[in-house]
Ligand binder design. Structure first.
Ligand code: AMP
Ligand code: MG
Length: 552
């Protein structure tokens, strides 16, 4: 059953916990513990991802849904699987939390794929492990739907991410106090099968370092580099090279670069991770651990979807780069013993800030449809735009699509210079962006003036890059370019919640519909226009649609 051959290179290369019993404990000198998924009552496959199956070299059609459900909940372990839970620590909300580990994730093993290298297959919600502490190791349907849909949405938005193969109900009930208010209730249990080349986190290195376990730190770093950064072991003369301080420093540099790209992408699409603890930071720079994440509906750099973070807002939308830099500093501290020189590490951290600014500016350049970034003019345009977007409740996703379809003409730039025509032109502009606003009463004369001014400088800027042929400014080419980086369809929180509400009543159709739409986030999909609308007012303060707890 499930004809995949697991090669299990992770456990073959890293030290194991000596104990094999499954009870909560501190696990030292080991990268993982053996752990077996618990048997579930009535596995049922409710969503499947053919794309990921193909990546793993099998097809949905090769099996019955019942067969797949048995394997993808962990009920049926195939012969070559050697399930394990990973040991790691982390900083949670800025404080060192000690050992955390896979408390409810169990890796079935690693496979070597034909075209995509090695992949680890992990079940989330498969039962307790030595890292479960006082919790049950299980996951509920609502959070599993959110992870299944969101990781795939990310992938199709061209954002680095772990993938999701399947979503199954377990048939078991799971008790959760969703609002942490003493009203626990039973919910449907579920398991997501997720896939990545590596589930190693910043916290994997941190725990070994914190315990002064240099041997484990080195083993984990070396395995990580060999498995996923092998190009760093080849020098400029194409010769294989040994591990050295330089190799480790290059490794850190690449982790910084990947993390930088990741945050720039999140900012581009309006994604807020919500729990950027160092145990939720992938060493590969992928989006990992989809908990109380959210998409900004109205553009608000101070917004966090996570109720646990409502006070300090450590993980708010606009602070993600800063907090990832802080997380990288913790990783730098952890791997320092491998390099024994702070300078190269410090340089990478300093470069992170510069690289982020540069890449963020390039990303904004693309979002706005400029041909290239011109610092002297464009920084002001970006800042003014962000102020404009935040000054009234403006839907970020809709605004950028509307901006693309805003017709930039020589007239529009010139018209705004003639006072008599200014108000009529402003009215047209407001009408063009009308759908983006949540509270039309906020559109004061001052706002209208600011919008007008900004659109004028935007138009001028676009026309100036086309000096030789102002009359022939190609709006269509600009629209195409802008729409390739500004998504039309994102997993708005209320859309996920609607799929959850239906699924909890036994109707999984909305999961499948969203799965289909989110495969083409940048395309016009006229039949799904209603999924590209701004958040409806009923969802403004509804649980799951605006804020979420960590309970999952
Ligand atoms: P998270 O915030 O979801 O990344 O989880 C933080 C830590 O708590 C990780 O070590 C998880 O494995 C663990 N954890 C979260 N939920 C559960 C659960 N239901 N059972 C056991 N461990 C859990
Ligand atoms: Mg986590």
């Amino acid at each position: 059953m499930l004809n995949l051959t697991f090669v299990n290179q992770y456990i073959a290369n890293l030290p194991s916990d000596n104990l094999t019993e499954n009870y909560p404990r501190q696990v030292e000198h080991a990268a993982y513990s053996v752990a077996t998924p618990i048997k579930v009552a009535k596995p049922q496959l409710i969503a499947f991802n053919e794309d990921v199956a193909n990546m793993l070299d099998f097809s949905f059609d090769d099996y019955t849904p019942a067969e797949l459900a048995e394997v993808l909940t962990g009920n049926n372990l195939t012969e070559s699987m050697q399930p394990y839970a990973m040991c790691y620590g982390g900083h949670q909300f800025g404080n060192w939390a000690g050992q955390l580990g896979d408390g409810r994730a169990i890796n079935l093993g690693d496979v070597l794929t034909e075209n995509y290298g090695h992949k680890t297959i992990q079940l989330k919600g498969a039962g307790p492990t030595p890292y479960s502490r006082t919790a049950d190791g299980l996951a509920v349907l609502r959070s599993s739907i959110r992870e299944f849909l969101c990781s795939e949405a990310m992938y199709h938005l061209n954002v680095p991410t772990t993938r999701a193969l399947s979503l199954c109900l377990t048939g078991d009930k799971v008790r959760r106090d969703m609002f942490y208010d003493g009203n626990a209730k039973y919910e449907l249990g579920a398991v997501v099968c997720r896939v990545s080349s590596s589930f190693t986190r910043f916290g994997s290195m941190q725990l070994a370092a914190n315990r002064g376990d240099g041997a484990l730190l080195q083993a984990q770093a070396q395995y990580c580099i060999k498995a996923d950064f092998a190009h760093l072991l080849v020098n400029s003369d194409n010769q294989e090279q040994e591990f050295s301080a330089e190799v480790y420093a290059n490794w850190f540099e690449e982790i910084c670069q990947r993390t930088c790209k990741l945050v720039v992408d999140w900012m581009r699409i309006g994604f807020v991770h919500g729990v950027l603890n160092t145990d939720n930071m992938s060493i590969l720079g992928e989006t990992i651990d989809f908990g109380p994440y959210g998409w900004v509906d109205d553009f608000d750099p101070n917004w966090t979807p996570n109720t646990t973070d409502a006070q300090g807002k450590r993980y708010r939308f606009g602070a993600q780069a800063q907090v990832c830099r802080w997380n990288l500093c913790q990783l730098a501290n952890a791997i320092y013993p491998l390099i024994k020189d702070a300078k190269p590490l410090q340089k990478c951290i300093d470069d992170f800030t510069d690289n982020y600014q540069q890449q963020w500016a390039e990303m904004m350049t693309e979002k706005l449809g400029f041909e290239q970034y011109i610092e002297s003019s464009d920084q002001a345009i970006f800042t003014q735009l962000e102020n404009l977007l935040a000054s009234v409740e403006t839907d970020m996703t809709l605004f950028y699509r509307k901006l693309a379809s805003f017709n930039v003409t020589v007239e529009s730039a010139a018209e705004s210079q003639i006072p008599a025509k200014a108000q009529a032109a402003t009215n047209d502009k407001l009408a063009h962006f009308h759908d983006c606003y949540y509270q039309p009463e906020q559109l004061t004369a001052e706002y209208q003036n600011n919008l007008n001014l900004w659109l004028t400088s935007y138009s001028d800027r676009l026309l100036s890059q086309n000096k030789s042929d102002i009359e022939g400014f190609d709006n269509n080419a600009r629209i195409k370019k802008m729409n390739a980086v500004n998504p039309k369809y994102v997993l708005r929180n209320y859309l996920a919640q609607q799929a959850i509400d239906k699924a909890e009543q036994g109707d999984f159709s909305e999961i499948h519909t969203l799965q289909k739409i989110l495969q083409h986030p940048y395309d016009e999909q006229p039949e799904f226009e209603q999924y590209a609308q701004k958040r409806p007012e009923w969802a403004r303060n509804k649980a799951g649609c605006s804020m979420l707890s960590c309970s999952s």
